[in-house]
Design a binder for this molecule. Structure first.
Ligand code: NAD
Ligand code: UD1
Length: 338
């Protein structure tokens, strides 16, 4: 009996593979390496000291997926595989709908065919849109998303919920991540973005290592304690442990649950920059720049439901997030390219 992890070579997937193996689960990984490298797989194996089957396969390839299910006994799927760059999704929306939405439909069709009806899905706090006040909880209305990436998450949440209505044997957990940052404390696996990063933490760490000249802080006139945007940053290892708990839960329940994975605490852009400098003793030059379109001033979670339903809560603090990011970045200045 094994758990299939789609997108298991990516940033969150690789950390989840480690935590799943640590918890005693057997895993099978599928990835098409669109946004990851085989070296990630080597490091998961090194760190865990365990072997597991890997298939280089696109989730839109039904026959490829059938082979995975035929050759392994899959109890449940953790589904990370997807594209995640908000700006890019505005430029090439059809690619996002095809990869994320069609990919999930093909995956679920094969799962149903093979009699595996448990799925943990990587959703995002982005489904809450900009209208709901923080702390955001799972009873709030979702769907007021502003870009194709966000719409794929909202659409997939709907598709998986419809599956549960159509067939009471399905078990679906929609995990709404807040802002994952950090890296494994060994410094051997972490986030390896292609090109210039869009997100704050990889940008900070590339400025700190000298790859980028300075950080642009997008706006200092928001309605927050220092005028810069506030987010709920969560350590990627805490997030990974949340997936282990979600699998435990899905194995014993049916129906659909949406669950936030966040810390419940918000930090501003400047809080994070200052925490990074303090934790690592490095310089992070920055300038104040205009707001980035589509950004909200404040976004943080109410993490109560995850504690009640999964018995999970984030353990690591912002200093851990900054220290672990820097260990990964400084030990692997070229990411997985060595
Ligand atoms: P990532 O890009 O590092 O990992 C995704 C992995 O999926 C990559 O290894 C990629 O090669 C693979 N993949 C993509 N399309 C595929 C396909 N069609 N078939 C097979 N493999 C495919 O991203 P991540 O940060 O680890 O995010 C994982 C999931 O979590 C994504 O669905 C993302 O949208 C979601 N999410 C991420 C964040 C974040 O800030 N990182 C926040 C909310 C939600
Ligand atoms: C982004 C995505 C969101 C996704 C989330 C998950 C966008 C617009 N939104 O959210 O869909 O669910 O990641 O992690 O990409 N900032 C700077 N300078 C930078 C980069 C960011 O000041 O160079 C600021 C932003 O304005 C924001 C904060 O840092 O206030 C965090 O930004 P980012 O890391 O991109 O995450 P989100 O915008 O919260």
């Amino acid at each position: 009996m094994a758990i299939l992890i789609t997108g298991g070579c990516g940033y969150i997937g690789s950390h989840t593979c480690i935590e799943m193996l640590k918890a005693g689960y057997e895993i099978v990984v599928v990835d098409n390496y669109y946004n990851s490298k085989p070296e990630a797989l080597n490091r998961i194996k090194e760190l865990s000291g365990k072997e597991f089957p890997f298939y280089e396969c696109d989730i839109r390839d039904a026959e490829g997926l059938r082979r995975v299910f035929r050759e392994n006994t899959i109890e449940a799927v953790i589904h990370f595989a997807g594209l995640k760059a908000v700006g890019e999704s505005v430029q090439i929306p059809l690619t996002y709908y095809d990869n994320n939405v069609s990919g999930t439909v093909v995956l679920c069709q094969v799962m149903a065919e093979m009699g595996c009806k448990r799925i943990i899905f990587s959703s995002s706090a982005t489904v809450y849109g900009s209208e709901n006040p923080s702390p955001l909880n799972e009873t709030m209305p979702v769907g007021a998303v502003t870009n194709p990436y966000g719409r794929t998450k909202f659409m997939i949440e709907g598709i998986l919920s419809d599956l549960c209505v159509s067939d009471p044997d399905w078990s679906v957990v929609l995990l709404r991540y807040f802002n994952p940052i950090g890296a494994h404390e060994s410094g051997h696996i972490g986030e390896d973005p292609n090109g210039i990063p869009n997100n704050l933490m990889p940008y900070i760490s590339q400025v700190a290592i000298g790859k980028l000249k300075q950080l642009s802080v997008f706006g200092n006139d928001y309605n927050t304690h220092d005028g810069t945007g506030v987010r709920d940053y969560i350590h990627v290892v805490d997030l990974a442990v949340g997936h282990v708990k979600a699998v435990d839960y899905a194995l014993g329940h049916t129906g659909v649950e949406a669950i936030n994975l966040g810390t419940g605490v918000g930090y501003s852009v400047l809080d994070l920059v200052n925490a990074f400098i303090a934790a690592n003793g490095v310089d992070v030059p920055y300038v104040i720049a205009p707001r980035r379109s589509g950004d909200v001033d404040t976004c943080y979670s109410d993490p109560t439901k995850a504690a009640e339903l999964l018995g999970w809560k984030a353990e690591k603090n912002v200093e851990d997030m900054c220290r672990d990011t820097w260990r990964w970045q400084s030990q692997n200045p070229k990411g997985y390219n060595k």
